[in-house]
Design a protein. Sequence first.
Length: 448
Amino acid sequence: MDSVDENSVMEPLDSSVAVEGMRLLEEREMNVFRQLTRHGRKFFLKGINSRFADVSMARSLLHKEYDLGMRMDHSGIVRFLSLEMVPGAGECILMEWIDGIKLSEWMRGEPTVKKRMKMAGEIIDIVSYMARKGVAHRDLKPDNIMVRSVDESPCLIDFGHGDSEDFITHKLAAGTATFGAPEQHEHRQSGLAADVYALGRILEFLRLSRTYRPLIKSCLRDNPSLRPKAGDVRARFNRCVRLRRYPVVILIVALSAAIAAWALWRNLPDNSAAEQSREVPTSGADAKVYVTPVDATDADAAVELPQAKAKLPETTPEPKMSEEGQKKQRAISEWEAVTGQKIVIPPGYTAEKAYDKALKEVKQLFKAYDERLGELRIEKNNPQSREEFYKKLQTVTGEIGEAYGKIQVNLSAELYTMGVAQEATTGYLKRLYDYYITELEQGLDLEP
């Protein structure tokens, strides 16, 4: 049988304190739960069922739970006060008494969307805190989350299945069928990743909007190593919370960028998809370059480009340039005027490589603005910050939209210069725009 570690964090057992009142709440196979009244205050007692009073494993589990509980100091986690020998109850963990109802009962009261979002954020904070402490609850579920009557804040209870890496005993599977992770159902060892899985189930239980579905799905991955860390869940949840009340402003900015790019494309010379070959003059004379049209649906399609000796036409067309070459030259000149820089297509540069470069630039753009997007939020119950918020919103989204527009225009210029068919170019631009919109929605919590 397992024994108790002598170095375990424990309060001295105290049997001298008088018990004013004690009421049985619930009796399970191994544990008994009571309400204790002492000096006019109510406390929660968790003891060992008399049938297991002489079983060392029962005492060891109780001590382990107490040790884990004493490591934590968070308003969202029930406070462990002492480990005592209570007359009439035996050895018990003394915890704070929580006036409230279970989360499952709270949800039956049909709380508002605002309250459910607040509840979700606070529960995520609790799980994130435990992860930082290295403690896994392993039995997260609505019935183990109390909602305080005073402020409707959550409080996590019952660490009977809790675990930590520094414990070598009682590493068996734990959890509830509905909220337990796959590794728990398969009786494999479970830890912090199992709490993230259960957290995803709880977010589902809170009936959050579809904005949060990608986050929930990531938490519910079967492979524990593919689930986000608890701290990452908080960061991603913040992105979903930010500015969800103000989608119209952001969509206007995004659509403006798309309309501007479309208008620019529309005003350019015709670039027919049926055209299978184009003439691009070299430094000495005209040379035909055969271009394979890129299918917008084929991400791996490549474009055959001029070899290293091929050069772009000079500003002034050479006398031998054909009519088609002159048309191409005029188009390139217009693109250079738009982008403000000379368009250079290096040897071996394909349409897919141009798209990958643009996509990388958009990713770097949102990475650079991640912190500023995170600051865009309205302080609760502070209407005075609303005007300042809109100013920041307009500034940040305007900067992002402008930077994205330049990336999109440069991509269009490169694709057009390479002779990529218009339909294929439109496909590349759409793929880039879809990524841009997705990142913007996630950063500002817009409905997909």
